[in-house]
Ligand binder design. Structure first.
Ligand code: ZN
Length: 375
């Protein structure tokens, strides 16, 4: 009798646990789905000629706040007119997104499995870069990371796995993207002829670039946070060149992606001082872009992140109180990330009539697509 009771209790316990787990997953899936496709961007179709998307890899709200406190200044990005939060989840239920799935969502408006590069279950998903090239716009890809890294790769190639470097580089050489600037000199050296045969001006020195109408690829050993030169430039220098080049060759319109990758890399190693110096350089690059384009009538500059890295805590610490122990993990977290957007447009319908406080990373693509009228 006693034994029977224990068995019944055990069975009901197991059933309860199964339902709890199942219910938990169901709830997670439902809440994720509720965040998708909630915004209709059609009203703002064609209201920008030029879209610049800045991606601070790993940049959560606290990364920005801590850097502001440390440098004792307002970060430029936080002065932009439209601000809110972005959900970053990938198809993975058990772990936060990686940079490949998140960048692929930003580039295509769809959700991906971790590690996928704008290709889902073997099918290539059209990127904003491809859509822009198909409409005759200029496209530029700029990063402090290796150019075959997950974020730039998702905007310029398709691959089953972010580790498929050769496939990514081959796709980039045939992409027709006008401008590539980033690190990875030793890897790209083997593909120099391929890029040149596909019409690229291939250089490792920023001073050798010209603004003529020719496709350009600049690969450097590394991109530094400060004291850059033409061989090891800063993101500010690359940003300045990218905008000058696109303005000279595509005055009627372009899409430009600029990634600050070391915010993530330094956060993985919980090096807050390195993270802040690169975040500061990223922020200065946004200011340079804004200063160069602010007199133009139809420009949108978007700033966001692919995910948060390091579970960074920040509770109004002063400059002297900021240290590496504010990190709570060495990997990515599922925290929402911020967005900051500047827009100047001749259209009577402004972004605030469609944008919401809380958006999903797939909305960044949909916004770019609508602004540039690429649908
Ligand atoms: Zn990362």
């Amino acid at each position: 009798m006693k034994r029977k009771k224990i068995i019944i209790i055990s069975i009901s316990l197991v059933i309860t646990i199964i339902f709890a787990i199942f219910g938990g997953f169901l709830g997670l899936i439902l809440s994720r789905n509720a965040q998708l496709n909630t915004i209709d961007f059609s009203e703002i179709t064609g209201s920008s000629k030029k879209v610049v998307l800045f991606i601070g890899d790993g940049m959560g709200v606290n990364h920005v706040k801590a850097t502001s406190s440390y440098y004792e200044k307002q970060m430029f990005m936080t002065s932009l007119e439209y601000q809110g939060m972005v959900s970053t989840f990938s198809n993975s239920l058990f772990s936060p997104t990686d940079s490949a799935a998140a960048a692929s969502s930003l580039a295509t408006g769809r959700k991906f499995n971790n590690k996928e590069v704008s290709r889902h279950n073997g099918i290539d998903i059209t990127t904003i870069s491809e859509k822009a090239k198909n409409k005759g716009l200029g496209v530029g890809i700029v990063t402090t990371d290796n150019l075959y890294g997950a974020t730039p790769a998702s905007f310029s190639s398709h691959a089953n796995n972010r580790g498929d470097t050769k496939q990514i580089v081959l796709a980039q050489a045939k992409s027709n993207i006008d401008l590539f600037l980033g690190a990875g000199k030793t890897t790209y050296e083997a593909y120099k002829n391929l890029f040149e045969n596909n019409g690229y001006n291939y250089k490792n020195d920023l001073s050798l670039f010209e603004n003529n109408f020719e496709k350009q690829i600049g690969v450097f050993n590394n991109i530094v946070a400060e004291n850059g030169d033409n061989i090891s430039p800063t993101l500010e220098m690359l940003t300045e060149y990218a905008i000058t080049y696109l303005e000279a060759n595509y005055p009627n319109g372009y899409f430009l992606m600029i990634e600050g990758a070391h915010i993530d890399k330094a956060s993985h190693s919980n090096d807050i001082f390195k993270m802040m110096s690169y975040l500061n350089s990223f922020d200065e690059s946004i200011k340079i872009c804004h200063d160069k384009l602010q007199t133009q009538p139809n420009v949108t500059i978007m700033v966001t992140a692919d995910h948060e890295t390091g579970g960074l805590n920040y509770n109004n610490q002063t400059k002297d109180e900021i240290n590496n122990s504010l990190y709570t993990r060495s990997g990515h977290s599922s925290k929402n990330v911020p967005y900051f957007i500047y827009q100047k447009t001749e259209s009577t319908i402004k972004l605030n009539s469609v944008l919401k406080n809380k958006i999903d990373n797939t909305d960044i693509f949909k916004l770019s697509e609508a602004l540039l009228n690429l649908k």
